[in-house]
Write a protein that binds this ligand. Sequence first.
Ligand code: F6P
Length: 544
Amino acid sequence: MPVEPAPLTTRPAWLALESQAQILRTTHLRQLFAEDPQRGERMTLEAVGLFLDYSKNRVTDETLKLLVELAEQSQLRARIDAMFRGDKINVTEKRAVLHVALRAPRSARISVDGENVVPEVHAVLDKMTVFAEKIRSGNWLGHTGKPIRNVVNIGIGGSDLGPVMAYEALKFYSDRRLTFRFVSNVDGTDFAEAVIDLDPQETLFIVSSKTFTTLETITNAQSARAWLLARLGGDEQAVARHFVAVSTNATEVAKFGIDTANMFGFWDWVGGRYSMDSAIGLSTMLAIGPEQFRDLLAGFHELDEHFRTAPFARNLPVLLALLSIWNNNFLGAETVAVLPYDQYLKRFPAYLQQLTMESNGKRVQVDGTPVPVATSPIYWGEPGTNGQHSFYQLIHQGTRLIPCDFLAFTESLNPLGRHHDLLLSNVFAQAEALAFGKTAEEVQAEGTPDWLVPHRVFAGNRPSNTILARRLTPAVLGRLVALYEHMVFVQGAIWNIDSFDQWGVELGKVLAQRIIPELEAPREPPLAHDSSTNNLIRRAREGK
Ligand code: F6P
């Protein structure tokens, strides 16, 4: 295990960054750009086809140097090595964290408890490939002899957000003869609407659940089973032709009635929110085909290698994490807006919410003592340009500091007249407006009446990153996801927290289990909650 770093706020770089922040809190980006005409070209980094412009952050060369020193003083190198080596860095669950093994080439060796896991990874990928080819070619027949045309992924959290995000992101590459639906919410509406127009004879359900015990997923899977059997004459044998499972829990899969021959496995060293490139990505492979799925994995792997080997100052995820720490811990920002200027990435912010906040929404360090500073900022966002006509007002003129990550592609997958130039002009304009704003003098010079001037001033000095790639391909999506995965890792390493557990989701689950029978009982049982919860339960019972 790596040597424990010194307490965070006593690390020399942390202290020096606090002094830096005193100066930079009142320094304007206008000044930083005026002082260095090359800044916009210098403060950029290009690697594995991703171009990051970080010049519109309130940093100087000295800040960046200190941030890199902070990473070093936080033992980041040792932590990266420990992850790639398969050490049990998820300390509260005593598990290795090896999503990087999911995209390692066949020839790689990555061991958990002395056993090389790469051959197992590729065995599952091969099994997925055979299955995907059968479905895509129409050779896998449903119970009544019809080929599969509809695929419904049932899962939640990491077993849903990755698949749905990837499906939407890579729709351009998908087989349009197949229809894909994603059911996650235990609200029956989600399932009912997903299957409303589907023919059960042509429908395949993928029940995706790492544990195969998740209330939402098992409830939806049972409803799917009932829906199918009711429409196919009740023959239980239909289940084997219309249900497959993705899970680490073969016992529960078999109990549900799914043939474990139709189960695609993964391992406890893959966290749910890090699993879209495991068998959890089966729906993605069915949509885009095995070859393009492997391109996606290759993209992930390229970014992994960059992260593992590039010096911190030239390392995309490290830099992104350090800048987020600077904005969050030193400049007081509490959120990060992720703003993809690509309609295909419409679910990317939702995906990132789980990745970032379930990972780093923690208040104690690995040894159980409190983290002395704020941890994960709130990640949120919407695709541009839609966000511009909704919440950007607050980013431009509100009282809060909201750093933004803009994502864009220089080539459109759907070139259509002027659309793409208009789209790109908007993303560049937003970053420019946020950084430089518009002064009272500029507003006055336009002939604005004095009383209106304050309303029309843009203070500027709002930080942003712009990430550009040429084209949204499966490989580029893999690189983007890996970029944020490793960014989260670096943040967690600096805060010295366990980014790979999620105990915070447990309490609500346990309390819900207690309330279920209280809602379902024919006569009101004794209720021993607080007065508010008791009252809400009574009203729900009355309103049934
Ligand atoms: O919300 C908690 C959580 O455990 C997530 O971490 C996970 O992605 C999700 O539930 C789904 O879990 P499973 O894949 O085991 O059904």
